[in-house]
Design a protein around this ligand. Structure first.
Ligand code: SAH
Length: 367
């Protein structure tokens, strides 16, 4: 009997790879579809329960494969219904996954890396450093676990209607694993989410934006936070490598694909830093020709930060200027405050984060 570590985790395989896997063990490729339905529609991880597979296939799957989602280490529920899980992957690494219920939808916010190498100055994940990329199984496994934990509404509707990659990590620096997981979210035999209901958020990895456009249909969000390079560099160091002009070009290219109609820009409002009326006017100039939406996020403080949230009247004034300028702009409601589940507050557990993190940051970003 092979040792456990050598078993292949089927959550790591998107449809094509699962078909290849079955062909490699002398089975017909349609087995991939049967198994996907068991895993993602029925929530079954035990091969014994996959009754349409035949005893000998089930036995050989037991020997060579497993369906191993992350482990839920803890669950917290906010007074507003927001739920946060700490999901562990062994070896001391863990990330946070958040579910945000609203009257007409339920958004699941998932992570793509343990920690993050980009070091954005206003984000607590950045302050923790980077440990490692998540595998495809660890990314799709967060959706699988949350779907199991949440169950269905009384009317049989799924509670998760949208997934956003806005948790820990920079998804475009973990491209292959993220795309495999995205394709399982989109596939009818996976979770079956429509393209507009799966959003990848990036701090502005320009080459990754071009690559994503040609790889899979999902919605794109870009964390902008400043309308000019000098200021953006202080908030998002990656801007030194990919300045705003190049970033905007990649976004224009993204929406030129007929399946990708719009880009959402995220803009965290920080008191006295990026919330002046001039910033709002510059933002209008920058975005007005691009099919886009602007998501204004009140800054969420975390221990040790020197930043504060912009006062409410300044947030409203900012929104008014950009809307008068013709942009579509919403202010994101802060949710799950009492359980530290808001944007930029996710921590998880990051081990080995100092030297390695520095090295990887240099390699990946040149920043
Ligand atoms: N690396 C990706 C995915 C992380 S998304 C990205 O940068 O887009 C996390 C979102 O929350 C980003 O828009 C980020 O800018 C925002 N954010 C991070 N820290 C925050 C904080 N302290 N307050 C409010 N928003 C924050």
């Amino acid at each position: 009997m092979p040792v456990r570590e050598t078993r292949i985790n089927l959550l790591d395989l998107d449809e094509n790879r699962l078909q290849e896997f079955f062909e490699s063990i002398g089975e017909k490729s349609f087995r991939a579809h049967q198994v996907m339905k068991w895993i993602y529609h029925q929530g079954v991880t035990d091969f014994n329960q996959m009754t349409n597979l035949g005893l000998s296939l089930r036995q050989s799957l037991h020997q060579i494969a497993e369906i191993q989602p992350p482990q839920i280490l803890s669950t917290q529920t906010s007074v507003d219904g927001t739920r946060k899980w700490l999901m562990g992957f062994g070896g001391g690494n863990a990330v946070e996954t958040v579910f945000i219920p609203e009257p007409n939808r339920g958004t699941l916010c998932i992570s793509s890396q343990v920690g993050c190498a980009l070091n954005c100055s206003f984000c607590s994940t950045g302050a923790q450093g980077f440990s490692r990329n998540l595998s495809a199984s660890e990314i799709i496994g967060q959706v699988w676990q949350a779907a199991q934990a949440l169950g269905h509404e009384r009317n049989g509707q799924r509670r998760i209607t949208n997934v956003v990659l806005m948790g820990m990590g920079e998804p475009l620096l973990n491209f292959d694993a993220v795309v495999s997981a995205l394709s399982l979210m989109r596939h009818d035999l996976g979770f079956g989410f429509a393209a507009k209901r799966v959003t990848l958020s990036t701090a502005g990895m320009v080459p990754g934006i071009y690559r994503l456009r040609d790889t899979i249909d999902v919605a794109l969000a870009v964390s902008l936070h400043a309308p000019e390079d000098e200021l953006r560099e202080t908030l998002v160091p990656l801007n030194r490598k990919y300045p705003i002009r190049e970033l905007m070009q990649s976004c224009a290219d993204y929406v030129s694909d007929k399946h990708k109609r719009t880009v959402t820009f995220e803009y965290t409002l920080i008191d006295g830093v990026n919330d002046h009326p001039d910033h709002a006017r510059k933002l209008v100039k920058l975005l007005r020709r691009l099919p886009s939406k602007l998501n204004l996020i009140p800054f969420n403080p975390f221990p040790g930060t020197g930043y504060r949230c912009s006062p409410e009247p300044r947030i409203r004034a900012f929104q008014e200027i950009v809307m008068k300028g013709g942009l579509i702009a919403t202010v994101r409601k802060t949710r799950g405050d009492d359980i530290d589940a808001a944007c930029g507050q996710l921590v998880g557990k990051v081990l080995d984060r100092t030297r390695r993190s520095e090295r990887i940051r240099e390699q990946m970003t040149g920043a």
